[in-house]
Write a protein that binds this ligand. Structure first.
Ligand code: OXD
Ligand code: MN
Length: 588
């Protein structure tokens, strides 16, 4: 399928190591995928769902010890320990290759190796990058088909001589938890993943390549690989402005990316378009502005909680050609279910472990991290620019987390440098909503804590450098918090589609069409500048509460930031300490 000697010799090496019985190159054709689907069904790895209700859909169950990403077994194997930084697990590359080499030795005996060439980013885009993943899992092949542009075209994109491709080796081996490793070798463009079959650990194009390896490439090549959704807001005149937004895992990125504007906006003709829900690759364009693509081709979304109200667009995306993993299998009509889908009582079903289950049982039916892998083209609000080779121009960058009290609904940074500070102090709290208790703060700078492939101090520096290059073309930077609680532990802000009201202010700020007030933490809207027309539970007083900046809490916050920053030692850019100093000064 290719003449590229770099690819061929690397695949030969992997074959010699893992010793499969057969090697199959994935060309991406419908016939090949159909045959592989049938084979996967025949070996019991997948089952076909109801062809009328869910055409082309499949259900899969992972091993019960293998249901999520394993951060404690995820390593950055850089030559110097210091280069992985304090937020990553580091492993000496030679030792990692030795140890994993023994585990991979013969791990595909009796199995077939599938060679998957894929492109992250649209074929033909100068933003895009090619990877080759070899795996012994058909589940991986079929998921990669949805999540990436896979097959012959990706090899064409690479060309006959280039050596610039990410080498991904995956084997399920024995799904042995004790020997599960997800290792990244940024200096070698290489990822080795063994003993897992769970998406985030084995779909190597996603977190492993598009974030961990790509963030390292971006640092060296002058661009950014970010854990961000990208959405476009179309105004009634048909003009579209794009926002990129970073939130930690499980803070509603997919929901925001596919937001349905509230009635008062929809009536006027506002629309929201989804470009991506998880990852953005961002570069400075020829015009000096920031441009972003979504390197993925599908959504690997969390199923529980997805429903007609929370995210009708995501739900619609799962109605055909989708793979469901670890959800409830309803046997009567051969469809799927998960907690929060609807209130229908479920009988005659299998839970995510494959055991008989009904909704009267105390135990949950779907795993809380059960997933759908759905093609992006299924999404009713997918952007026309989704496949655009040049990406979309970014007007605003938004950071956010789950904070009970500290962070207001929205604020804007004073400038790019201050915005990098705002991103660097991003945090989420675990909240015990019922009792109103506030939990532990977990800092997650730019939502990249588990995904930055190098020292985060250098990552902050890279962000600051991008800002210097952008100058006055830099997008505005904001922070939002949809999760503010009242004293009884109830969410104050309705969230979901009503987040449009906040995005509206953000866009107006970018266009110089909205006022703001200066607070110690940044610019805030005047309470009356957030449109609350048609909202039953939010009045001006509540808006004031949502925007309140509690100086005592922020002083505590500043102390927490000092603690957190200590981790980065002398690799923390002095600009961020300056910003912390300025914040403390403004707090008085
Ligand atoms: C994801 C994650 O799966 O962030 O997107 O964990
Ligand atoms: Mn994510």
């Amino acid at each position: 399928m290719t003449k590229n000697k770099n690819v061929l010799s690397w695949v030969d090496e992997m074959v010699a190591l893992t010793k499969p019985d057969n090697v199959v190159w994935i060309d991406g054709s419908d016939e090949q995928l159909e045959a592989l689907t049938n084979e996967s069904i025949a070996i019991g790895e997948m089952q076909r769902l109801n062809e009328e209700k869910l055409p082309g859909c499949l259900i899969h169950r992972t091993a019960i010890n293998d249901v999520a990403r394993v951060e404690h077994r995820t390593f950055i194997c850089s030559t110097n320990e210091e280069d992985a930084g304090p937020t990553n697990n580091w492993w000496n590359p030679k030792e990692a290759y030795d140890k994993l080499g023994k585990l991979f030795d013969g791990s595909m005996k009796g199995r077939t190796m599938y060679v998957i060439p894929y492109s992250m980013g649209p074929i033909g885009s100068p933003f895009s990058k090619v990877g080759v993943e070899v795996t012994d899992s058909i589940y991986v092949v079929l998921n990669m088909d949805i999540m990436t542009r896979m097959g012959k075209d990706a090899l064409k994109q690479l060309g006959d001589t280039s050596n610039d491709f990410v080498r991904g080796l995956h084997s399920k081996a024995d799904i042995d938890e004790e020997n599960r490793y997800i290792c990244h070798f940024p200096e070698d463009n290489t990822i080795w993943s063994i003993n897992s079959g769970y998406g985030g650990n084995v779909l190597l194009g996603k977190k492993c390549f598009a974030l961990r390896i790509a963030s390292y490439q971006g640092k060296n090549e002058g661009w950014l690989a970010e854990h961000m959704l990208i959405l476009g807001i179309e105004n009634p005149k048909g003009e579209v402005k794009y926002i990129a937004a970073a939130f930690p895992s499980a803070c509603g990125k997919t929901n925001l990316a596919m937001l349905i504007p509230p009635e008062i906006y929809a009536q006027k003709g506002y629309k929201v378009w989804c470009v991506g829900d998880d990852i953005a690759w961002i570069r400075i364009g020829d015009d000096g502005r920031l441009w972003a693509i979504n390197p993925e081709n599908g959504f690997f979304g969390v199923a529980p909680g997805t429903n007609e109200k929370s995210n009708p667009n995501a739900l619609a995306s799962t109605k055909k050609n989708t793979i469901f993993t670890n959800v409830v299998h309803k046997l009567d009509d051969n469809t799927v279910w998960w907690e929060g889908l609807d209130k229908e009582p479920i009988t005659n079903a299998l839970n995510w472990k494959g055991e008989e289950w009904n909704s009267d049982m105390a135990e949950k039916g779907a795993h809380p991290n059960s997933r759908f892998t759905a093609p992006a083209i299924n999404c009713p609000c997918i952007s026309d620019e989704f496949n655009s080779p040049s990406g979309v121009p970014i007007s605003a960058i938004v950071f956010g987390g789950r904070r009970a009290k500290t962070a207001p609904l929205v604020y804007q940074s004073y400038d790019w440098q201050h915005g990098v500070f705002v991103g660097s102090i991003m945090a989420s709290e675990t909240t015990a909503a019922a009792s109103g208790e506030v939990g532990v703060v977990r800092r997650d700078p730019m939502a990249m804590l588990p995904f930055c492939g190098y020292h985060m101090g250098d990552y902050f520096k890279h962000w600051l450098e991008i800002g210097k290059k952008l100058g006055d073309k830099a997008p505005e930077i904001f922070n939002v918090n949809w999760f503010r609680l009242d004293d009884d532990g109830n969410f104050i802000w309705p969230g979901f589609g009503d987040n449009m009201r906040v995005l509206d202010w953000i866009i107006k700020r970018c266009e110089g069409k909205a006022d703001a007030v200066e607070t110690p933490i940044g610019y805030e809207p005047k309470p009356e500048d957030i449109n609350i027309d048609g909202l039953d539970d939010v009045d001006l007083d509540i808006m004031k509460e949502l925007l309140d900046v509690d100086v005592a809490l922020w002083k505590e916050e500043a102390a927490g930031i000092h603690e957190f920053y200590k981790k980065f030692g002398d690799r923390l850019p002095s600009e961020l300490m300056d910003e912390l100093g300025k914040l403390e000064e403004r707090l008085g």
